[in-house]
Design a protein. Structure first.
Length: 260
């Protein structure tokens, strides 16, 4: 489902999608050295997946700042690359402006749930009656153009966060509602990935450690069963060692990559 561009900008700003994307780059600039291993692991996994299968046209779901996209490899080996995200930074568009094999597509990877969530808020604001969240519609994301393969790029556990945060801020729903919503969003995303020609890369667990390095707190980030996969690899992403994400504590993510 494509979102009208004008409506897109207004709603995305109100739901913090634009500021969240800027925040990712700011954190990367602070943690660049610590992110290096994770980004290289991701790029190498994707390049290996594409090479072994001989894929020539690729769709990236959640391309963002392209930090974890193997651009050099794609420039040499791919015929066409579709980059899907809710918003593409100007700097990213400028970087690839002269390479016609890359196409930017701004769309809602949840399949339209962002607009539906905002409609729920508008209805609540008008009627002052909390809408029934179990009546929200979930649609599998359908890419604009079919390609040889699809890469879900560290997006699985991101799809629900800003939606749930927005509902919480507006006083819509409760923790039970949010748990169901998170699970359904992630389940539908996994179901939308074409079997036999997709790879899923996701941070599935947050590991928070205090400054004294006591037993870390672990938090699940994936609320639906992961699919059976092949060529499974796992690694640690040192996301924030400066103590600004979880104040005064370091934060790492456990990441899994698989072909499905």
């Amino acid at each position: 489902m494509m979102i009208n561009r004008r409506l897109n900008q207004r709603i995305l700003r109100r739901m913090n999608y634009i500021s969240d994307q800027s925040g990712i780059m700011n954190r990367y600039l602070r943690e660049q050295e610590n992110w290096k291993a994770h980004l290289e692991n991701t790029k190498n996994y994707i390049a290996g997946f594409i090479s072994r299968k001989g894929f020539k046209t690729i769709s990236f779901l959640g391309s963002g700042w392209l930090l974890d996209v193997p651009l050099d490899f794609l420039m040499e080996h791919a015929e066409k690359v579709f980059l899907y995200d809710i918003f593409h930074p100007v700097q990213v568009r400028h970087k690839l402006r002269n390479d016609s094999k890359f196409k930017f597509v701004e769309t809602d990877i949840t399949g339209g749930l962002i607009l539906e969530t905002y409609d729920f808020y508008r209805k609540f604001k008008k009627d002052r009656k909390i809408p029934e969240m179990n009546k929200m519609n979930f649609y599998e994301f359908s890419p604009q153009i079919q390609t040889d393969c699809y890469v879900s790029l560290n997006i699985l556990n991101q799809l629900d966060i800003l939606i749930v945060d927005f509902l919480k801020k507006k006083g819509i729903g409760d923790e039970t509602d949010y748990a169901v919503l998170r699970s359904e969003i992630q389940k539908v995303h996994i179901a939308s990935l074409p079997k036999g020609k997709s790879c899923l890369i996701a941070d599935y667990e947050e590991v928070i450690t205090d400054k004294d390095q006591n037993t870390p707190l672990k938090k699940n980030l994936v609320f639906t069963p992961l699919p059976d996969g092949q060529n499974i690899q796992e690694w640690r992403w040192d996301f924030d060692l400066s103590g600004t994400y979880n104040i005064g504590r370091t934060t790492a993510f456990n990441v899994i990559a698989m072909e499905i």
